[in-house]
Structures are given as C-alpha cells and as structure tokens.
Write a protein that binds this ligand. Structure first.
Ligand code: ZN
Length: 375
C-alpha cells in the first residue's frame, strides 16, 4: 500500500444474532483483508436494540480504527461482502435483527453524500450505540462536520446512553501485531470463533478432552498462533517495503544479507520448517534497507509453503522492488515433517536456490555469491 493514499477510517460494527461469534469473526476478517489495516479495536458494548420488536435480542457494538487505500464506495462494498460472508441478509426493515452490521462512520475528514448513505455516518453523532464505541477507540478523532472530537460527541449523546454498557466478559485480542502473538490467556477471551471451533473439533477427533484444564484455552491459543504464522497472506509487499528503497547511483557491488532466520510451515503437513536464507543482489541504482530483506523473507515464510517456492518468491520480490542487475537467494531449511516422522536424519537439511539476471547468466557472479554464503 502506498502511504500517500492511506486514509484513516473509523468503522462501526454491531451484531445481535449469535453476537459472541459474529462480531469477533467480522473483526478477524477485516484484519485479514489485504487492503484494510486494522490499527485498534474498541471494547465491546452491549446495547438495547433501537426500534423493532420489544423482545429483540440486545446488540454487541464495537468500533475500530483502520487504514485503507480503498475509496469510500470500494470500502463500503468490501464491508458488505464481509457482511454477506457472515450471513447478513439486508432487508427493507432497518431494525431487523442482524448477524452483523459493518458501517463506515468516518473516512478521514471526508464529508460526502452518496446514493443512499453519507459520510460521516450521522449515527456517529446521534446514536449512543455508535458514538460510545467510537469514543472508546478514537476519542480525539475530530468529526469534520461539527469540528468536535468523538469524545465530545459521545458526551452529547450519553444522556440517553443508559442502555449501552461495556461488556467486560468478552475481550478481544489486540489487532495483529508484527511483534508476535502476545500471551492472551484469560477466560472469556475471544479471538477467532470459527477457527477455535475447528481446533476444538480436532482435539476431540484425536481422542483428547478439550475441556480438561490444560486444553480449555488451547483453541484460542492455536488460532492466535496460526493467524500469526500465516500473516504473510494478510500483508502486501509494498506495505513491507514501505519507502525503504533508496537511490544509490554508482553502487554496483554485490549486496549480501545472510543468516536471515525464517520459520515457515510446509503446505503438505502444516508442520514447521525453518532455517536460514541468504539474499544477494547487484544493484542498478536502487538499494533497500537491510532489515527489510528479512521482512520480505518473513512475508513469504509466514504462509503455507514449500521451500522451493519460498526461495523463488523472495528472489522475484527483490527483482520487482529493485530491478537489480541480478538476484541470488539460497535457503537452507530443516523440515519437521521429515524429521519427526523419521524420513530424514535429524541433522540433514534441504538447500534450494533461485538465481535471476546476472546471477543466472554469469558463472563468476554465481560462484562469488556461493563462496560468500559458505564463508
Ligand atoms: Zn511436510
């Protein structure tokens, strides 16, 4: 994603059908969206339904700050798509119970009228169940219509807000963080309900008791770990590189970054393989920050992979970003699926390489690279 086009948005969410499942799942799908970067999620709030039948179930409401390069209508289309994935059927009855409701409350400072909606969402300034979660997650955000902060708007509507109360039993994991899965281990925590249900079924299927003490929170932990270990799917190359390409006129010496540790999972068994990568290139006017090379490796390692493809993807990514004279990538990996099943000796490893440009065409460049990697 390109920084210039990145817009900060506030998205509001609500659910009153299987809300414990649908609201976290909606947040997870938004986190996984390639062009939406969730920055922060509010607490969950419980609110009485507005209008509709007297016995309608109460809502869970939340709000999030998310950045995107999608235009307002495109973002709205994507939110509608996620709603339909979660079983939302829109009807003429605005007050009908719903699995999930996802709306754009603010799109930067944009004030605009569309066919049947507007920005900002008027509910952000008038409805407690929208205003309170927004003030929880982004209290200093300034409403472009009134010039007031969302915190002040919330105070303005909170007189009628007795029916909105925070839900403390359900706490959501903080948005995806590249530092890794934090310990997240309290009763009532919810992360990815659909995934957790599958892990629980898996435990049953192998003859375990998912309700015994040591396993009660295992589905949550596994979901969080799996989400982290595959977050390469939810990250783009341009987001990783993000302005770290520099002009370097005259630089024509080989640049080598070696011993780049990586951890991946084989796509055949979903078991880890791990090792070290060496990435080299000969620039043609452009270089990249050294730490970014490791992040490019992570971007492709954190997916279900085979080592050969990982090696090629890293080489192609460096070629694409830098258009260098040549690229060489060597990866040495140990595969737990082989080691644990005794297919391979404990100390043996698999070496793969990918050569592009003059690394491929010029044997001297290639052997210089290989010597440097070994040395
Ligand atoms: Zn395998």
């Amino acid at each position: 994603m390109n920084n210039q086009e990145f817009v900060e948005t506030i998205i509001s969410l609500g659910s009153n059908i299987e809300r414990e499942r649908h609201l976290p799942e909606a947040i997870r799908l938004l986190r996984r969206h390639r062009r939406i970067e969730v920055r922060e999620v509010s607490r969950f709030f419980e609110s009485a339904p507005v209008g509709g039948p007297a016995d309608a179930p109460e809502f869970f409401n939340a709000a999030m700050v998310a950045c995107t390069d999608l235009a307002p209508e495109e973002l709205r289309t994507e939110l509608r798509r996620i709603e339909s994935v979660l079983g939302r059927v829109r009807t003429d009855d605005r007050n009908a119970p719903r699995t999930i409701d996802i709306d754009i409350a603010y799109y930067g400072g944009v004030v605009a009228e569309f066919d049947d909606w507007q920005l900002p969402d008027p509910a952000a300034a008038t409805s407690p169940h929208v205003a309170i979660p927004i003030a929880d997650v982004a209290p200093m955000f300034v409403d472009p219509v009134s010039g007031k902060t969302t915190y002040d708007l919330m105070l303005g509507v909170s007189a009628s807000a007795e029916a909105v109360k925070p839900v403390t039993a359900i706490r959501l994991a903080q948005p995806y963080d590249s530092r890794g899965p934090e310990e997240f281990d309290q009763a009532g925590d919810v992360y990815a309900p659909a995934l957790e249900a599958i892990v629980r079924a898996q435990l049953l299927e192998i003859g375990e008791n998912p309700d015994r003490e040591g396993l009660v929170r295992t589905p949550l932990r596994v979901s969080k770990a799996l989400d982290f270990l595959t977050n390469g799917y939810a990250t783009s190359l341009s987001e990783v590189v993000n302005n770290a390409v520099f002009d370097a006129e005259g630089a024509d010496e080989m640049v080598l970054v070696k011993d780049v540790e990586f951890y991946s999972m084989c796509e055949h068994h979903m078991l880890p393989f791990f090792g070290k990568a060496a990435v080299a290139y000969i620039p043609r006017g452009k270089i990249i920050g050294l730490s970014k090379v490791a992040r490019v490796v992570d971007l492709y390692a954190r997916r279900l992979q085979v080592q050969e493809r990982l090696t090629n993807q890293v080489a192609d990514a460096i070629s694409k970003i830098l258009e260098p004279r040549g690229v060489g990538v060597v990866i040495e990996g140990q595969h737990l699926c082989m080691m644990m099943r005794g297919v391979q000796k404990q100390d043996s490893s698999t070496i793969t390489s990918a050569m592009r440009g003059n690394f491929k065409e010029d044997p001297r460049t290639r052997s210089e690279f290989i010597d440097l990697v070994r040395g």
